[in-house]
Design a protein around this ligand. Structure first.
Ligand SMILES: [Mg+2]
Length: 234
């Protein structure tokens, strides 16, 4: 049975995202360095971000709160209000960065929408994800758009049941092994991993081995051919 639906991740699969977070992390470290002895400011921030996922979910608002929390922590609550104001401004900037689609995205979506149903599955703040999607100009390619708080096998199963001909006829395409590949495979779909040069360490996981429903490509220009191969194997 051929694959009829292609589900795409958005951040760092269709457009750049992580690079803006890295720039903000640098700004965070530059702002805090005069007030804190800690040399591992970015590690402390990353740890706070992971710790806070359970409270705030994925997205820029939670990241901003984690910057403030870490600033308080590393300065033993002595961080000046002016620095907090700068961190809030940096967080707001993250909610308005320009959308830059990744190479081959437009060609791949234009080509594949003629043969497949395309859907988008992204996690994070709804307002932020909707802004990025609108700014990307890519929304028209997708028959369905799902913005979810987290990407688990159960979430994929629900989305596949609602929008596809079944998980076994669906492929999930994304840059995160942890969020896009492993849970989608667990839900019964195919999965194609497109690594991005910048990945948050939290999103890392071991790559599947000897799984006929899994493939790895270097960019979306390779997707059509890889889907034909997966169809032949699956
Ligand atoms: Mg992503």
């Amino acid at each position: 049975m051929p694959i009829t639906t292609i589900a795409f991740d958005a951040d760092d699969t269709l457009w750049q995202n992580e690079q803006f977070i890295r720039l903000t992390e640098q700004r965070f470290a530059d702002l805090l360095r005069p007030y804190a002895d800690a040399t591992d400011l970015n590690e402390r921030l990353s740890a706070a971000s992971v710790r806070n996922l359970a409270f705030y979910g994925y997205g820029m608002k939670g990241f901003t709160l984690s910057m403030i929390e870490t600033a308080l922590e590393v300065t033993e609550h002595r961080v000046p209000g002016t620095v907090i104001a700068e961190l809030l401004a940096a967080g707001r900037e993250l909610l308005s960065y320009p959308i830059e689609t990744l190479p081959y995205v437009d060609q791949a979506l234009t080509q594949l929408q003629q043969s497949h149903r395309l859907i988008l599955i992204t996690k994070g703040d709804v307002i932020d994800q909707e802004r990025k999607l609108a700014a990307s100009g890519l929304a028209e390619y997708f028959a369905a758009i799902e913005i979810v708080p987290d990407k688990t096998a159960a979430v994929y199963a629900r989305i596949f049941a609602r929008h596809t001909d079944g998980a076994e006829r669906t492929v999930m395409v994304g840059n995160s092994l942890r969020s896009d590949i492993l849970p989608a495979l667990e839900a019964g779909s195919f999965a194609v991993y497109v690594p991005h040069e910048m990945n948050w360490s939290h999103e890392h996981a071991d790559e599947p081995v000897n799984n006929p429903r899994y493939a790895r490509i270097t960019h979306l220009g390779e997707l059509a051919e890889t889907l034909a191969q997966l169809d032949a194997q699956g």
